[in-house]
Design a protein around this ligand. Structure first.
Ligand SMILES: Cc1ncc(COP(=O)(O)O)c(C=O)c1O
Length: 374
């Protein structure tokens, strides 16, 4: 048989993906989930104006999208008060992270992130042969000062920091991010993953110019705008760095219906405000359900709530499994001691009602199984 030779780099990669998606989990369990609260999607969905724009553009789906995403970048630039040259649009933050790593990380280069932080970034670093250096969480939050100090120690040129953070839901006020950047080593770049920024208190925004060459901000239409399946994200940064994306990106990678949908979503401020209110109410409800079951919900600046199950990773894994068996899809942090928690995305009232009715039995079963396992 003629088997193509993988490059040594690819041959050496583990055959894993950052996340097993809910569809695959449903296929494995042989039934759909009744509540989809594990992927931090926005169950409240996109603006009706975005849906109409997506549908209208479908008739022209025989055409490639605008490779420059000009109209969307223009609207984002107007919204943000920067130039169009400060913005690149890509296939979600995940896609943009891949391009950025390809642009900046050569095989063997050190890259710094937090142990247990958003894993898709790590996946890209491994894929380009980078060397991951990790720093532990501190008080259930990413420790930016320590991340920057580690970068200086190991000569890393790239640092990943999500603000607010997934999986813990915490955030660092923007003034503290700006202060920490004073110690950034010369030539290093901070990736500020702001996927959840719209849900955070106003002081999460970093009070630095959008073209500050020390950082690149990444934002998305997947979360607050409810368009995860459309795959639209954008990065904001210094024009030279943003222009360099053109050297590596998939120029026709953007779906034209998704481009039109994102443009319409951006214009619908009322829908965004209503979504934020619904997310805030659901966060409170998750906190209430947690408390009702004797569990502690951690403060959240996102559209999910991380709940301390009061045991170790084994117990939390069983809670995830028991809720899954009862039709409620949730996830959990990967690394101890944060893996004592489960992570529950905000949902509809029906989702919350199902969570409230299934959690007590799921907890009892998880505790019993953990006790049996010793
Ligand atoms: C911190 C963080 N960054 C990025 C993403 C993915 O964003 P996108 O859908 O734009 O690729 C997620 C999704 O869960 C996330 O939690």
């Amino acid at each position: 048989m003629n088997t193509p030779n993988l490059t040594p780099l690819v041959a050496g990669l583990p055959a894993t993906v950052p996340f097993v998606g809910p569809e695959e989990l449903q296929r494995n369990r042989g039934a759909p989930f009744a509540a989809r609260l594990g992927a931090n999607e926005n169950v409240f969905g996109p603006s009706p104006r975005a849906i109409a724009a997506l549908q209208a553009e479908n008739a022209r789906i025989w055409q490639y999208g605008d490779a420059g995403s000009h109209d969307l970048r223009n609207a984002l630039a107007a919204e943000l008060g920067c130039g169009i040259g400060n913005i690149v649009v890509g296939e979600g933050i995940d896609g943009l992270l891949g391009y950025l790593v390809r642009m900046l990380v050569a095989p063997g280069d050190a890259v710094v992130t937090s142990a247990g932080a958003y894993p898709t970034f790590n996946y890209h670093v491994a894929g380009y042969g980078g060397r991951l250096e990790t720093v532990p969480y501190r008080d259930d939050a990413e420790d930016l000062v320590a991340l920057i100090a580690r970068a200086a120690e190991v000569g890393a040129r790239l640092i990943y920091f999500a603000n607010p953070d997934n999986p813990m839901g915490s955030y660092l006020p923007g003034v503290e991010v700006a202060a920490a950047l004073q110690a950034l080593p010369e030539g290093a770049l901070l990736i500020l993953d702001e996927a959840y920024l719209e849900f955070a208190p106003d002081d999460a925004a970093v009070p630095l110019p959008l073209d500050d060459p020390r950082l690149i901000r990444m934002r998305t239409f997947s979360k607050a705008y409810g368009m995860a399946g459309a795959r639209v994200g954008y990065a904001i940064g210094a024009p030279g760095l943003i222009a360099a994306f053109d050297r590596v990106r998939n120029h026709f990678g953007m779906n034209r219906a998704a481009q039109a949908g994102a443009l319409a979503a951006l214009a619908d401020r009322d829908w965004l405000a209503r979504t934020k209110a619904k997310v805030a109410a659901s966060r409170d409800e998750i906190g209430r359900i947690a408390a009702e079951n004797g569990l502690k919900a951690l403060p959240s600046a996102t559209n999910f709530v991380t709940v301390d199950c009061g045991g170790d990773g084994n117990l939390a894994r069983r809670v995830v499994a028991e809720l899954g068996d009862r039709g409620v899809f949730i996830r959990m942090p990967f690394v101890a001691p944060q893996d004592r928690c489960v992570r529950i995305s905000c949902g509809t009232e029906a989702d919350m009602a199902l969570l409230a009715s299934t959690l007590p039995a799921a907890l009892t079963a998880a505790r019993a199984a953990a006790a049996r396992a010793g």
